[in-house]
Design a protein around this ligand. Structure first.
Ligand SMILES: Nc1nc2c(ncn2[C@@H]2O[C@H](COP(=O)(O)OP(=O)(O)OP(=O)(O)O)[C@@H](O)[C@H]2O)c(=O)[nH]1
Ligand SMILES: [Mg+2]
Length: 449
């Protein structure tokens, strides 16, 4: 696994949190220190570490977990989110849009280009693409045979000429060769002649201008740790079509430093290399990477729970704002009933406010699915005016609506009753109570309360 040591140190910190009986400031500080230590040991840049841990600490101390989530759970989420952000947040998958898509790999000596080219070819082949490889490395003795040996067992086509001395010419010929042969993707492996960025970028420019690749992929050796920042930055500035693969993240103590440094440049990391075998290449997705790194199988479940709660809160927040403005129409009632049918717990939440829960009849908050459907049908037969101002619903209107919706006047009256009941209920909540409720639910302030 990639970054095993870092992962262990981070999950130890979170386990400490999970085991604690209560969460206080001292514990938060201790956990933040553990995380700092773990990251520094993985060669993550000090400034980045401080920024990250400051964010975690601030959020842990300031933010309140939403109703239904424990402080511990919420803290785990904060750590997870900040680490994910630290590594770029969103996955940036490799896209093959055009046929053929030409990819050029570059990287300093020994970074893992040739191995990565073979891995990438295999990765794409497994996904149904026909791949052609071009060995444009005229520098390293046996470069062509190295790549050939790697991909031959998989029947991946390779173009090269061990006797040719001109790398640019070789690259151009290779691309032309495969353009005639109906491949989906052409990957060019370049020479690792350079030990530092400057020469590397010059060579990249030279080859790029001849073959016009769709994407240039910089292969960075993950064992160099935070030094990866300079390479990634120079590369990012040199080409707008650049992406990055960080290799050798298996067993490297400094991999965390390399990954975070590259992410800090904003250059997209598309894959990571996690071993010497041809299948040891993974698409890089910060979210998945972090949850695996933290070794928490159920973190996904926890995140889902939090996400759902957040959605519910958003619905409620809107509703409360509306009620506070004193408007409650039949349409609102319908939305309310629909929402409550899905989420249920409003009554439960209202009960958290002293002196609030007892006055809520269950029926006022929940109706069955069948009834909800019937209400919908009835409301479809009402005019806009009636929906907005239900108090104008006199007997002749009720009769008309019942006829129009194929229901009875009793059913229309039931709908009106339901409406009146709910309206009364919301009216009976005074503003002070609502403000208290809003505070309790961590909604912030409403309309100046
Ligand atoms: N453990 C591990 N080793 C890797 C990984 N990627 C590459 N290597 C090893 O790194 C060494 C160099 O890999 P190459 O693919 O030859 O590197 P290169 O950049 O093509 O080298 P030059 O062409 O000479 O610049 C080889 O021994 C690879 O097996 C990886 O993800 N994990
Ligand atoms: Mg090579």
């Amino acid at each position: 696994m990639a970054l095993e040591k870092l992962g262990k140190a981070l999950s130890d910190a979170l386990r400490k949190l999970a085991r604690s009986s209560s969460v206080d400031e001292a514990l938060i500080k201790e956990i933040v220190r553990d995380i700092q230590r773990a990251l520094l040991q993985a060669d993550v840049n000090v400034k980045l570490v401080l920024q990250l841990t400051k964010n975690i600490e601030r959020r842990a101390l300031e933010e309140k977990p939403p109703a239904g989530v424990t402080t511990k759970e919420y803290l785990i989420k904060v750590v997870y989110e900040e680490l994910t952000k630290f590594l770029g947040t969103e996955a940036r998958p490799l896209e093959i849009k055009e046929k053929p898509t030409v990819l050029l790999t570059v990287g300093i000596q020994g970074s893992g280009k040739t191995t990565t080219v073979a891995k990438l070819a295999r990765y794409l082949q497994k996904r149904g693409y026909r791949v052609g490889l071009v060995c444009a490395d005229t520098w390293r003795p046996g470069a062509y045979y190295q790549l050939k040996q790697l991909v031959e067992p998989f029947g991946i086509e390779l173009f090269g000429n061990p006797d040719e001395k001109d790398a640019v010419k070789l690259a151009r010929e290779g691309v032309e060769h495969f353009k005639k042969r109906d491949v989906d993707v052409i990957i060019v492996d370049s020479a690792g002649r350079h030990k530092e960025e400057k020469g590397l970028i010059e060579e990249m420019r030279e080859i790029s201008s001849t073959i016009n690749p769709h994407e240039v992929i910089l292969v960075i050796d993950g064992t160099i740790g935070q030094q990866a920042y300079n390479q990634a930055m120079a590369f990012k500035e040199a080409t707008p079509i650049g992406s990055i693969i960080v290799t050798k993240l298996d067993g490297s103590a400094k991999g965390g430093g390399a990954l975070s440094a590259v992410a800090a440049t904003g250059a997209p990391i598309k894959f990571i290399g996690v071993g010497e075998r041809i299948d040891d290449l993974e698409p890089f997705d910060p979210k998945r990477f972090v949850s695996r790194l933290l070794g928490m199988g159920d973190i996904e479940g926890l995140l889902q729970k939090l996400e759902e709660l957040q959605k519910e809160q958003e619905i409620r927040e809107e509703d409360f704002e509306k009620f506070l403005k004193g408007r409650f129409t039949l349409k609102d009632m319908y939305t309310q009933l629909e929402a409550m049918q899905k989420m249920g717990p409003l009554k439960q939440i209202l009960q958290m406010i002293p002196g609030m829960g007892y006055s809520l009849p269950d029926d006022a908050l929940r109706v069955g699915e069948e009834k909800l459907k019937k209400f919908r049908v009835i409301m479809d037969s009402m005019t806009e005016e009636e929906l907005e101002n239900p108090q104008i619903l006199n007997y002749s209107r009720i009769k008309r609506i019942a006829r129009g919706s194929g229901t009875s006047t009793a059913e229309v009256k039931e709908l009106i009753n339901q409406y009146n009941q709910m309206k009364k209920m919301f009216k009976s909540m005074n503003k002070r109570k609502l403000a208290k409720l809003a505070k309790k639910m961590n909604f912030g302030t409403f309309g100046g309360f």
